[in-house]
Design a protein around this ligand. Structure first.
Ligand code: ADP
Ligand code: MG
Length: 396
C-alpha cells in the first residue's frame, strides 16, 4: 500500500473558497464549556495556512452523536468561540450546515474570513453518506480539504461523498498521521517492536494478524492475553476471556512460529480478588492464576522482559494499556511501559484512545515521536485497511 496524497500545499488557494472537514468533536462539561481544546488547536496550522494564502474558509465538523436531529447541547457555538480566540479573528457560525441561510453567508465570505457550519450530524444524511447532501456541502466551495484523521475510517458525506464533486486534498494533520503510520509500516527501522494491550482481543485481532508479519517482536499484555493463555489450556481464573476467539488466538501462536516472529506473552501477572482500589492483589506466574482471582496487570518479570525488548528497538508502535490502568493500583505495568517507550532512542508511535490517555496521565506526550489522534482510524490503519476518507483524496 503506497499512500501519497496531495495536500493544501499542492494547490492554488488564492481567492478560492475552501471547505475543510475538521475534527472538532471536543469534550464539553454540563455548562457547555470545552474541557479539552486539543482537537481545535490541532487544526490551527492548516486553517492558518489556508487563510494566509488568501482563500476564504468554511469549516465543518461533527460533535457528539445527535443522530440526525438538532440537539441544542451539541451545537458548535463553543467551538466557534474558541476558534475566534485561537485565530484572533471573528469566526462566524451558521445555525445549520446546509440551506439558504448558509448559502448566502458563504457567498458573502471574503478571502481571509472563516465561517463555521453547524454540527453535520444534525442531519442523518451525513453518516448515511447521502449523495445529495454531499453535493450541497460541495456547492459551497471550490476545494475540499480533509484534516479530520479521527473520522477518516468512516465513509460519511463530509469525509467521502463530497470528494466526488470538487478537488480533494489533505490538511497537515491528516498528512502527518498518514506519513507516520504509512512509512513505519512500509519501511520500519529495525528491530521493529509492537506492544499491544487493551481489554478485548476481538477489537485487536486484525491488528495482531496484520502487524505480526511486519514486526521483529510483538509483545502482548492487557486483558487480551487471557484468551491467548486459555487457548493453550492455561487456567485464567476469573480473568477477562472471549471464548469465541480462542481458536483464532491459538492460530496466532502457530503463525508466529511458522513465520519465525517473536511473540512474547507475559510470564507473570498481578491478580486481584476484585476490580477496585481496595482489592487484595498478588503476583503470580501466568500458569498459577487462582480460580477466584483475575489478572489485572502485567507482573515485574514481564515488565523487565518487555523493557529489554523495547530498549533494543529502533521502531516502536504501542497500542493498548497493559492492565486496568484507570485504577492506580493496576497501572504500574502500563506506567512502566509508557515510560520506557518515552525514554528509548527509537521512532515511537502511540495510538488508541486509552493508550494516549495513559501517555497524558504520565505526562509523556512530548517524549513520543507521534501520538495518533484517531483511535479507531489508527487501529484500522494498523490492520492494513484502506481508510475511505484518505483513499478519495487526489494522488500526488
Ligand atoms: P486503546 O483505547 O488504547 O486502543 P483499548 O480500548 O483496547 O485500548 O483497551 C483499554 C482498556 O483495556 C482499558 O479500559 C483497560 O482497563 C482495559 N484492560 C487492560 N488490561 C485489562 C485486564 N487485564 N482486564 C480487563 N481489562 C483490561
Ligand atoms: Mg479504547
Amino acid at each position: 500500500m503506497d499512500i501519497n496524497k496531495k495536500t493544501v500545499k499542492d494547490i492554488d488557494l488564492e481567492n478560492k473558497k475552501v471547505i475543510m472537514r475538521a475534527d472538532f468533536n471536543v469534550p464539553l462539561d454540563d455548562n457547555g464549556n470545552i474541557t479539552d481544546d486539543t482537537r481545535i488547536r490541532a487544526a490551527i496550522p492548516t486553517i492558518k495556512y489556508i487563510l494566509e494564502n488568501k482563500a476564504s474558509l468554511i469549516l465543518m465538523s461533527h460533535l457528539g452523536r445527535p443522530k440526525g436531529v438538532v440537539k441544542e447541547e451539541m451545537r458548535l457555538t463553543p467551538v466557534g468561540k474558541r476558534l475566534s480566540e485561537l485565530l484572533g479573528i471573528q469566526v462566524k457560525k451558521t445555525d445549520d450546515c446546509i440551506g439558504d441561510d448558509v448559502k448566502s453567508q458563504v457567498s458573502s465570505l471574503k478571502s481571509g474570513e472563516v465561517l463555521l457550519l453547524e454540527n453535520l450530524r444534525f442531519h442523518k444524511e451525513e453518516t448515511d453518506n447521502d449523495e445529495e447532501f454531499a453535493k450541497k456541502l460541495a456547492s459551497f466551495a471550490d476545494i475540499y480539504v480533509n484534516d479530520a484523521f479521527g473520522t477518516a475510517h468512516r465513509a460519511h458525506a463530509s469525509t467521502v461523498g463530497i470528494a466526488k464533486f470538487i478537488p480533494a486534498v489533505s490538511g497537515f494533520l491528516l498528512e502527518k498521521e498518514i506519513y507516520f503510520l504509512n512509512t513505519i509500516l512500509k519501511n520500519p527501522e529495525r528491530p521493529f517492536v509492537v506492544v499491544l494491550g487493551g481489554a478485548k482481543i476481538s477489537t485487536k485481532m486484525g491488528v495482531v494478524t496484520n502487524l505480526l508479519e511486519k514486526v521483529d517482536s510483538m509483545l502482548i499484555g492487557g486483558g487480551m492475553i487471557f484468551t491467548f493463555l486459555k487457548s493453550r489450556g492455561i487456567n485464567i481464573g476469573k480473568s477477562i476471556l472471549e471464548p469465541e476467539k480462542e481458536v483464532e488466538a491459538f492460530e496466532i501462536f502457530k503463525k508466529a512460529k511458522n513465520e519465525e516472529k517473536e511473540l512474547i506473552m507475559p510470564v507473570d501477572v498481578i491478580v486481584a480478588d476484585e476490580i477496585s482500589e481496595n482489592a487484595k492483589t498478588k503476583t503470580v506466574d501466568v500458569n498459577q492464576i487462582p480460580d477466584d482471582m483475575s489478572g489485572v496487570d502485567i507482573g515485574p518479570k514481564t515488565i523487565k522482559l518487555f523493557k529489554k525488548k523495547l530498549q533494543e528497538a529502533k521502531t516502536i508502535i504501542w497500542n493498548g494499556p497493559m492492565g486496568i490502568f484507570e485504577i492506580d493500583k493496576f497501572a504500574h505495568g502500563t506506567e512502566e511501559i509508557a515510560k520506557t517507550v518515552g525514554s528509548v532512542k527509537a521512532t515511537t508511535v502511540v495510538g488508541g484512545g486509552d493508550s494516549v490517555a495513559a501517555i497524558m496521565k504520565f505526562k509523556l506526550s512530548d517524549k513520543i515521536t507521534h501520538i495518533s489522534t484517531g483511535g479507531g482510524a489508527s487501529l484500522e490503519f494498523l490492520e492494513g485497511k484502506v481508510l475511505p476518507g484518505v483513499e478519495v483524496l487526489e494522488d500526488a
